[in-house]
Ligand binder design. Sequence first.
Ligand code: CA
Length: 224
Amino acid sequence: MRLLIVEDDPSLGEALAAGLRQLGHVVDWFRNGGQADAALSSAPYDAVVLDLGLPGGDGMVWLGRWRSRALTLPVLILTARDSVEQRIAGLDAGADDYLVKPITIDELAARLRAMVRRSSGRAQAVWQHGDLEYDPATKLVHWKGANVELTGLEMTLLEALLKHPQRVLSKTHLQQMIYDWSGGDPASNSLEVHIHHLRRKIDPGIVRTVRGVGYALGSGESAP
Ligand code: CA
């Protein structure tokens, strides 16, 4: 998943970003809502982790702005504000989940998985597509029952395709899903290389090339 963290506390922000990256996520961390707002307008994210007490504008205000702009991506509030009234206000303002600090990375990651699962209309924890099975919690991939070893980047790419099994995703979109802002300028052919690896490791038909547009998930059955 590509995640956006808004947290002004340097040590907590650092720990959250590092912990989520270690679990295989692509993470951008910003210290105020303005930077996060700019990032949301320019890159696709799967979910946001939002602190409330932020310099230059409260998290509740930013959340309200995003929802009024019809931004539907899942938002998890992570805050020290622990009263029942504050929790209710956060959820009513459009948050999908509300966690009170301190938390563990494992719980945060599990809540994020659950949110993203719901937002993509899935009830099952394991994502199934034809003969392909992907478990976002354990990062295990199976093809026709056999385990497939993927690198972190290949996994993120596969997950992005699986999230929208009916859609053609542009090269730009996929590139943005697998590189965070610190990743520098990825070589222009590196996306093609990762797609090639997915086809070699899973099945040649697992990803379809849509000429001039981008890529789409294959049928989930072996290529003829
Ligand atoms: Ca704060």
